[in-house]
Design a protein around this ligand. Sequence first.
Ligand SMILES: Cc1cc2nc3c(=O)[nH]c(=O)nc-3n(C[C@H](O)[C@H](O)[C@H](O)COP(=O)(O)OP(=O)(O)OC[C@H]3O[C@@H](n4cnc5c(N)ncnc54)[C@H](O)[C@@H]3O)c2cc1C
Length: 145
Amino acid sequence: MSSLWLDDVKNNNYDSLCKDIETDICIIGAGILGLTCGYYLSNNGMKVTIIDKNEISTKTTGHTTAKITSQHGLIYKYLIDSQGKSLAKQYLDANEEAIQNIKNVIDKENINCDFEFQDSYVYTTDKNEVEKIKIENDAVNSLRL
Ligand SMILES: Cc1cc2nc3c(=O)[nH]c(=O)nc-3n(C[C@H](O)[C@H](O)[C@H](O)COP(=O)(O)OP(=O)(O)OC[C@H]3O[C@@H](n4cnc5c(N)ncnc54)[C@H](O)[C@@H]3O)c2cc1C
């Protein structure tokens, strides 16, 4: 299946690394994780080298829907029950902060990528699951108090 993002990418061919080089940090893997780490580290004065055995972001990252959300199914009820409220809140805050960080990078680097904030929905087609979603809603709201 083709990817909207990858179809749109131009000049994704970089030379192979075929000699020894000096670097502060070597990151293996140029998906969103490696590129984000490389971005922050190089902005903090590190000389960063990112290597990938394929073309940049052509693996998992290049095939996502590009939706960024802190709402991951019914995870908050599960996290509260299994790990406690404090960890569940850390998870929520970390994800919200990550979304804001992406927005900050888009603004700072003036990236024209149609980023916009939208509501996030979780839904079911099974009547028996509705109660679980209501409980999840209460769980998330309890973390925002
Ligand atoms: C179908 C699908 C849809 C998704 N949709 C969303 C979404 O809508 N929103 C969202 O936030 N998340 C989504 N996710 C999750 C998100 O896409 C991933 O968590 C994220 O892209 C992972 O990024 P990554 O950099 O860790 O991995 P990758 O993007 O897979 O990057 C890893 C890179 O490492 C390279 N590599 C691997 N091994 C080596 C090696 N030995 N030497 C050199 N290079 C190597 C690979 O070539 C690859 O380029 C989705 C995931 C999937 C599978």
